[in-house]
Design a protein around this ligand. Structure first.
Ligand SMILES: [Zn+2]
Length: 333
C-alpha cells in the first residue's frame, strides 16, 4: 500500500514549457512505486475506418467525443500535428516505443494493426516492447490456416475478433478449425462484445451478447477467451459466462464509460470489486484500449484502475497478476 500511495497521491507533474498535457509527462522516476504493467489491449493506429455515420449521427458523435475528451483531459485528436501519416507505420511504431519507455511499461500488446503482416512487422521493429495479435475475420478463407501462419510464422500471440462482425453463430461448424487450432495452442482469443465504437456506435447484432459465446467457450475449455471492457454493457452476462466457464477472462480496457448507460448505478470500483469477488484476480487483465496520437498511452486509465485496486485493498500479488502476470501467462510473454 505504502508504495502505491506515494504515486497515487503525488502532485501532478509540472508541465514542461510548451504546454504539453500533464498526462504525457515522464513517469520513469515513479515507476518503481508501482507494479509491473503490461497493456494487454491496445490498437496500433493505422487510420483505417470501419464504418461511416450519417451526418446527423456523426455530429452527435463529434459533440459527445469532445465532451469525453474534456472529462478525461485528453489532447485533441484533430488537427494531429503529433501524429505521423497513417501510411507511416514505422514512425508510429517508434512513437509507441517511446510511450513504453515514458511510462515504464513492460510491454504493449496490440490487438489490431491493419493486417497480420503489418502488425508483425511493427512488433519486429520493437520486439522487447511490443506483442501483437492476429486479427482477421472468421469468414476469411482458411481462417484457421491464416491464424496458424500468424502465430507460427509471424510470431503473433493471440487472436482478436469483433463479435458483431461475425456472420454465423460462434458454434457454426465452419468455424471449428479456428477453435481447434486455438485450443491446441491454448491461444488467447479476445472478442469484443457489446456496443461497438463510441456515441453513434453499433448496439444491435445477434452476436453482441457475450452469452452467445457459451457453446464454444464450454466446448473448448483450453481456449482462454478474453472479453474486453468488462463486457461493455453486458456485465450481468459476462459474470454468468465467467461463472460457468473457467476459461473466460475479462479485460479492463478503455474508459468503461458504458457504465453511464446502465439503468442502475455502476462505477469502476463496482466492476473491479464484483470481478474480483466472483471471477477472481487470475482472470482480470489490465488494458487501456490506447491507440491514437497525440494521446498515446492512456495513462489516465492506468492511474484510475490502480487507484481502485489499492482502494479495494487487493493483495499485492493479485495486483501484480491483474496488471501484468495474467497477460504474461496468457500470451506467453
Ligand atoms: Zn479495443
Amino acid at each position: 500500500m505504502n508504495g502505491a500511495n506515494s504515486i497515487l497521491l503525488a502532485r501532478p507533474p509540472t508541465p514542461p514549457p510548451g504546454g504539453e498535457p500533464l498526462n504525457r509527462n515522464s513517469t520513469a522516476d515513479r515507476s518503481l512505486d508501482r507494479p509491473r504493467v503490461i497493456d494487454f489491449h491496445a490498437h496500433f493506429p493505422t487510420g483505417d475506418r470501419r464504418y461511416t455515420l450519417d451526418p446527423v449521427t456523426a455530429e452527435y458523435a463529434r459533440e459527445r467525443s469532445e465532451r469525453m475528451r474534456r472529462e478525461w483531459d485528453f489532447p485533441r485528436r484533430e488537427p494531429p500535428p503529433a501524429s505521423p501519416a497513417p501510411g507511416d507505420p514505422a514512425a508510429t511504431a517508434d512513437l509507441w516505443a517511446a510511450e513504453v519507455d515514458r511510462y515504464g511499461l513492460e510491454r504493449v500488446v496490440f490487438v489490431t494493426g491493419r493486417d497480420n503482416d503489418t502488425l508483425a512487422s511493427i512488433v519486429r521493429r520493437h520486439p522487447g516492447k511490443f506483442a501483437g495479435m492476429a486479427h482477421h475475420r472468421l469468414e476469411t478463407p482458411d481462417a484457421a490456416g491464416e491464424l496458424r501462419r500468424a502465430v507460427e510464422e509471424l510470431g503473433l500471440v493471440g487472436y482478436k475478433l469483433i463479435a458483431p462482425f461475425v456472420e454465423a453463430p460462434f458454434e457454426d461448424p465452419a468455424y471449428d478449425p479456428v477453435w481447434k487450432y486455438a485450443a491446441s495452442r491454448r491461444l488467447p482469443v479476445v472478442i469484443h462484445f457489446g456496443l461497438l465504437g463510441h456515441a453513434g456506435g453499433l448496439v444491435y447484432h445477434p452476436r453482441l451478447n457475450p452469452l452467445t459465446l457459451y457453446p464454444v467457450a464450454a466446448r473448448y475449455p483450453e481456449i482462454p477467451f478474453v472479453i474486453p471492457h468488462f463486457g461493455c454493457g453486458y456485465w450481468q452476462e459476462v459474470l454468468q459466462l465467467c461463472w460457468s466457464c473457467p476459461n473466460v477472462h475479462v479485460d479492463t480496457s478503455g474508459s468503461n464509460q458504458w457504465v453511464r448507460w446502465m439503468p442502475y448505478p455502476l462505477s469502476l470500483e463496482d466492476l473491479f470489486r464484483k470481478a474480483y469477488e466472483t471471477i477472481g484476480p487470475q482472470r482480470i487483465i489490465f488494458g487501456t484500449d490506447s491507440s491514437w496520437f497525440p494521446r498515446g498511452f492512456a495513462y489516465r486509465y492506468l492511474q484510475d484502475q490502480l487507484r481502485v485496486c489499492y482502494w479495494l485493498n487487493l493483495k499485492d500479488e493479485d495486483i501484480e497478476a491483474i496488471f501484468a502476470g495474467n497477460a504474461r501467462r496468457l500470451a506467453g510473454l
